[in-house]
Design a protein around this ligand. Structure first.
Ligand SMILES: C[S@@+](CC[C@H](N)C(=O)[O-])C[C@H]1O[C@@H](n2cnc3c(N)ncnc32)[C@H](O)[C@@H]1O
Length: 218
């Protein structure tokens, strides 16, 4: 792992894994937009024929678990060994592994769906095209991708984690059209964009796209 942002992001989530897990506990229960987006993603995976799905940057694993509850064969990958340990502890029946979205340890066209729920937020601009190329490589033609992120136009640095421990992690807020542009360049067809609570200081956004290989041309 040569890039500094990867090692600081990993050590930050290692230091704050329990604090983060506590922070997001019950999040899906109180957010119908997130639940609806995951239900839509599950339907798209079924429509694409079912099969394995990877939750990239899965954190403590509750989204991976939710997808499994929806009937999706989802496993999780995360940069932080501490996050993966938490996910394995809390959801022992599911598969979680340590890895990076910059170099996914998955064969080409091996998954039917890719989910990146607020994990690409830590990837600096220069590395986003490479990450989206990885998502495209591992996805079967026509398979759905869901990307969630914070809306805005600035980089934020966090020095204290939810647990009060010191961390050193950057997060990037982005305009949906910028993310959609990167996805198109990587070979995705963008199918839907949802901006949640647009009047709040930091809205959330979800983009759903498909690996455009094998899709009928317009
Ligand atoms: C904000 S948390 C989101 C966790 C979870 N997806 C959720 O929605 O609660 C970001 C997660 O992305 C992971 N992450 C950051 N960079 C990554 C990378 N290059 N590869 C894999 N995971 C990464 C972090 O370790 C962290 O668990």
């Amino acid at each position: 792992m040569t890039e500094r942002w990867l090692s600081t992001t990993r050590s930050s989530y290692d230091a704050d894994a329990a604090g983060y897990a506590e922070q997001v506990r019950g999040l899906l229960d109180c957010n119908p937009y997130l639940r609806a987006s995951l239900a839509l993603f599950a339907e798209l995976v079924r429509d694409a024929g079912g099969g394995p799905v990877v939750d990239v940057g899965c954190g403590p694993g509750y989204v991976t678990r939710h997808l499994n509850d929806l009937g999706v064969d989802a496993s999780g990958i995360d940069l932080s060994p501490e996050m993966v340990a938490l996910a394995q502890r809390d959801y022992p029946g599911l598969q979680f592994s340590v890895g990076t979205m910059t170099d996914l340890d998955l064969p080409d066209a091996s998954v039917t769906g890719v989910l990146a729920f607020w994990s690409v937020i830590h990837v600096p601009d220069h590395a986003v095209p490479g990450v989206f190329a990885q998502f495209h490589r591992v996805l079967r033609p026509g398979g759905p991708l869901l990307v969630g992120f914070h809306v805005g136009a600035e980089k934020r640095h966090t020095a204290e984690g939810y647990s009060g421990r010191p961390v050193d992690v950057d997060s990037y807020r982005r305009r949906p059209d910028q993310v959609a542009g990167w996805l198109r360049q990587a070979g995705f067809a963008v199918e839907a964009e949802l901006v949640m609570r647009p009047d709040e200081e930091v809205p959330g956004a979800i983009i759903i796209a498909r690996n455009a290989e094998g899709l009928p041309a317009d």
